[in-house]
Design a protein around this ligand. Structure first.
Ligand code: SAH
Length: 347
């Protein structure tokens, strides 16, 4: 019977646990530091605790962590990881080096239920959600592997973060804790395919993070074809929630638009999208679709992407084209797990 997941406990919860064992409060502080800042992978590494205490913690609690299974390094200093979790399941993370520091793209689920037609993460179906500790552990494992400090986090890896709401909120509380990794909410982006009720739940938290919406189409006809979630929460409802979010939080929404050849990349699509977004505190990020062998879709050409951006701008909408990092290492999410499965028969 595995014990409680100690690394998912908030500082207060851990203090309560440690008090219930009859230990002094400073022990909770030491343990929190080992777990959250140093990201140890065993109680034995907690060298300022007695051997007995380490052993009794190990008996009582479960310590979740990530192990590097594969590491792909790109020429542009992007590193893609395949991490193994303690039950043998695997997730991907991507470490990107920008002028302002290191950003880690983390996964929130093993697989995904959302079924977007162009996405590799969804192909093997949904396996399970990650715990807060497992989302954190991706940061710890990448930091340890490279000897760097991650300053920015994007929840844009495998899985739908708002479909794992409670654990993701717990992760945000832990990663922002001043005694933990202390990563500012302003340095965190959360990307969703558009689970409208959960967008309102997130709004209630008033976190100053950046909300990214995977919009990918200007109307229900195209969006429902490539994103099944749109049949449940159509584009008007989604954009209504986005307007409320921007109004309530004062934060600009970032819209992700994956450009797929012949599907959503016409001038008419750009004009229609601009019409829908006009007047909103918004920004559109255009991403040429990543191709992979199981996908029937091709990416839009560079000229088409430029032209699409221009039409958006002419129609009053902020737009940029995402610089693609790590394209030589299949860096987009879901592909490494998918392909490793075939090669080495991972679980
Ligand atoms: N489930 C969340 C976050 C994970 S995906 C979401 O949907 O936002 C991160 C981003 O990558 C999303 O915008 C997703 O639509 C996009 N994406 C998925 N597959 C892609 C592909 N093959 N090419 C380009 N972008 C892709």
């Amino acid at each position: 019977m595995p014990g409680k997941d100690i690394k998912s406990m908030t500082r207060d919860e851990l203090a309560g646990e440690i008090a219930s064992l009859g230990l002094p409060l400073f022990r909770a502080g030491q343990i929190f530091d080992w777990l959250q800042v140093r990201g140890v992978t065993s109680f034995d590494e907690m060298t300022n605790l007695s051997k007995d205490l380490r052993a009794s913690l190990a008996q009582r609690y479960e310590l979740r962590f990530c192990e590097v299974v594969r590491r792909l390094e790109s020429k542009d200093d992007t590193v893609k990881y395949l991490f193994r979790l303690i039950d043998g399941e695997c997730v991907e993370s991507v470490l990107m080096h920008y002028k302002y520091g290191y950003t880690l793209c983390v996964s929130t689920q093993v697989g995904c239920k959302m079924g977007c037609a162009f996405c590799a993460s969804t192909l093997g179906g949904f396996v399970r959600s990650l715990t807060a500790s497992e989302i954190l552990s991706q940061i710890h494992a990448a930091q340890r592997d490279r000897g760097v400090r991650v300053s920015h986090v994007v929840l844009m890896g495998m899985g739908e973060p708002l479909d794992n709401f409670d654990n993701v909120m717990r992760f945000l509380d832990l990663v922002g804790d001043e005694k933990g990794l202390h990563i500012s909410m302003r340095s965190i982006s959360l990307s969703t395919c558009g689970l409208v009720p959960r967008i309102y739940d997130l709004m209630d938290r008033q976190y100053p993070l950046t909300l990214s919406i995977s919009i990918h189409a200007p109307n229900d006809e195209i969006r429902s074809r490539i994103m099944p979630v749109n049949r449940r929460y159509p584009i008007d409802e989604l954009l209504h929630a986005c307007r409320d979010y921007a109004d309530r939080t004062g934060r600009r929404i970032s819209f992700e638009y994956t450009m797929i050849h012949g599907v959503n990349d016409s001038d008419a699509c750009a004009r229609e999208l601009a019409g829908r977004l006009r007047g909103m505190l918004a920004h559109v990020n255009l991403i040429p679709a990543n191709e992979f062998s199981e996908s029937p879709y091709a990416r839009s050409g560079a000229d088409r992407v430029e032209r699409f951006a221009e039409v958006l701008r002419k129609n009053g909408v902020n737009a940029t084209i995402r610089r693609s990092l790590g394209s030589d290492i299949d860096a987009s999410c879901g592909q490494l797990r998918l392909h490793s499965k075939k090669e080495v028969d991972l679980p």
